[in-house]
Design a protein around this ligand. Structure first.
Ligand code: NAP
Length: 333
């Protein structure tokens, strides 16, 4: 028996914002597993901002997607056929084989997950890569201390929403920026942020001064652009800036000049450090224990935006870049 699987190929490299015609859905047959192998039916796949970088033909920390080939990325699924004792039929795995419905594996890069802990999709968000990104970036680089102010951009997204909630758990004032009034309300009403503002309608300097009256000790950077330029003038001495992402630049067709306010790092003795989540794989056990515990205790809430069907995966990705999502954007397969 074979499994008919649909998968998304990169048809052409986007120039600026990706368009539906940059992608193509293809049908392939996945064979029965051989000795030591198993077949997974994906239940959910992830779309993430870093995938935009992989659509460029440049050397980076992950290799570029190839034209005419299936893309990959985070996925969670169920073993449906197996000749591998470690991954029996009916077990659930998290792997890097997204953008497709079925795949065959020998177990390399696959992790077993316990679906009794949380809904499967949570392993792509709050309990997955974006969750560890928030946890490690904030705690290991941001080093927030009780009473400090933590500001996070893209605050209503997968990473940002957890950053603000962990900041609250650590006794900080949590402030977020997001791209709609509904998201701002969600941050304050549902997630317990102390303050939030809509960066598309607010004037940045008055908003930062109002919501961070003592200044900012930790700025968790997700967006870059005008926000970084403004925030730099509101940082407190010895402030920390974990640079997680700069999504405002991912579709740039030309490199943009850096922030005009960068010189303020000197008088304010700021620490600015970029990071990649995989640098902090060693924090994963603490992350699972702590964030898993906070989830169970109801100290952390999370939201997801769920799009249905592999055919809609490219539009889910484009919507993510346009800020349509609240919380983690996932595709249900
Ligand atoms: N370093 C790492 O290892 C690592 C790992 C994971 C993620 N990241 C980075 O973390 C950031 C958040 O990722 P995520 O997965 O949690 O995505 P997300 O925040 O759930 O989704 C992306 C959000 O970015 C916002 N956005 C889009 N264009 C923007 C612009 N021009 N200016 C400001 N905001 C914009 C949108 O929200 P609004 O409605 O607020 O505009 C959108 O919802 C990204 O920069 C990503 O690259 C880094």
């Amino acid at each position: 028996m074979t499994y008919t699987s649909h998968e998304v190929h990169l048809k052409s490299r986007p120039d600026g914002m990706p368009q539906p015609e940059n992608f193509e859905v293809a049908s392939v047959e996945v064979d029965e597993p051989g000795e030591g192998q198993f077949v997974v039916r994906n239940h959910f796949m992830s779309v993430d901002p870093y995938m935009r970088g992989r659509m460029r033909d440049v050397k980076s920390y992950t290799p570029p997607f190839q034209i005419g080939q299936a893309m990959d990325g985070g996925s969670v699924g169920e073993v449906v056929a197996s000749q591998n004792e470690t991954f029996p039929v009916g077990s659930f795995v998290s792997g890097g084989q997204g953008w497709r419905e079925y795949y065959i594996s020998d177990g390399t890069g696959q992790q077993q997950i316990d679906p009794s802990l949380a809904p499967l999709s949570a392993f792509l968000g709050v309990l997955g890569m974006p969750g560890l990104t928030a946890y490690a970036g904030l705690l290991a680089i941001g080093e927030p201390k009780e009473g400090e102010t933590v500001m996070v951009s893209a605050a209503a997204g997968a990473v940002g929403s957890l950053v603000g909630q962990i900041a609250k758990i650590k006794g900080c004032r949590a402030v977020g920026s997001a791209g709609s009034d509904d998201k701002v309300q969600h941050l304050v009403d549902d997630l317990g942020f102390d303050a939030a503002f809509n960066y598309k309608t607010a004037e940045l300097h008055p908003a930062l001064a109002e919501h961070c009256p003592k200044g900012i000790d930790v700025y968790f950077e997700n967006v870059g652009g005008a926000m970084l330029e403004a925030v730099l003038l509101h940082m407190r001495p010895f402030g920390r800036i974990p640079v997680c992402g700069m999504i405002a630049h991912y579709n740039d067709t030309e490199p943009k000049p850096g922030p005009k306010t960068l010189i303020s790092v000197i008088p304010n003795r700021l620490k600015i450090q970029g990071f990649i989540v995989t640098d902090y794989a060693g924090m994963a056990p603490d992350f699972h224990r702590e964030v898993g515990g906070w989830l169970k205790e109801g100290k952390i809430q999370y939201r997801e935006t769920v799009v249905e069907g592999i055919d809609n995966a490219p539009s889910a990705f484009i919507d993510l870049l346009n800020g349509v999502n609240t919380g983690k954007m996932v595709v249900k397969l």
